[in-house]
Write a protein that binds this ligand. Sequence first.
Ligand code: TUI
Length: 317
Amino acid sequence: MELTPFMKSLGLKYPIFQGGMAWVADGKLAAAVSNAGGLGIIGAGNAPGDVVEAEIKTAKSLTDRPFGVNVMLLSPYAEDVVKVILAHQDSIAVVTTGAGNPGKYVADFKAAGIKVIPVVGSVALARMMERVGADAVVAEGMESGGHIGKLTTMALVPQVVDAVKIPVIAAGGIGDGRGMAAAFMLGAQGVQMGTRFLVATESKVHPNYKKAVLKAKDASTMVTGDFAGHPSRVLKNKMAKKYIKLEKAEALKDKPDFAELEELGSGSLRRAVIDGDTATGSFMAGEIAGMVHKEQSAAEILQDVYQQADKLLSGKD
Ligand code: TUI
């Protein structure tokens, strides 16, 4: 498979991005993916600027290859994280954004020589991003783990490809070379995967979290947070079921108590990733968790996925 000029301009061997997963995607994981020829991405999540800065320094110390940082726009620290990224502009090749509209930051990133690749869940936002100067977009379907939009990857990707001239990277529901090949057939130039990298050898995710992904089946995920306007795909567990129950109860009230829901969800991703707390943690994962069967190094994951996709797309065997 020939890399497109855009993917070549990022200095990649494989047109595969590692999703900027909050709490999970640290400097070490990002460097491992970048060293192996993909695009490693540090997930800022809700972390303050100094914490993100430390991860950028870690990645920089571990790789000479390009890597990126994901800005989670709902974070109270998003503005600080943007400042940190601009201060390290020489070492950061790409910024991706999630959970919002990064319009006001695009010009500053571009002026700093950083490529801006917003994650979008709709054609409208993709068009807007192209208009404000984004270099590419990640079109992410609701098969993804974590915060999601409403459309599926199969429906979203070709519609975004038709709507914009900038390159489109597909995300959501891609866990192996078949998914990658399918994304290319839909017009994508690259893919982004999160769930598959959750269980990478270099991922610091708690063993209980990795185990939960490895034993997941096709129907093991569910979507919480829809009622409060922040739908999030997670592995089914006690916490997710409790959250849904509370959401349903609040939805029946004239004046729903969003604070109570917020309190239940607060810190739950940290409890999953760091503590491996299967009772009160939110184990964010995509629908492809059911086909992730083994822990592998980032390099093995990239090679496996790419080789399978390449074979399928070239029509060999
Ligand atoms: O951002 C993600 N995935 C995430 S962020 C995250 S941390 C979090 N946890 C709980 C609640 C909220 C955040 C965990 N996973 N993916 C990219 C993505 N962006 N998916 C959907 C969107 C999106 C949604 C709405 C992008 C823009 C948008 O609205 C744009 C507007 O016009 O405001």
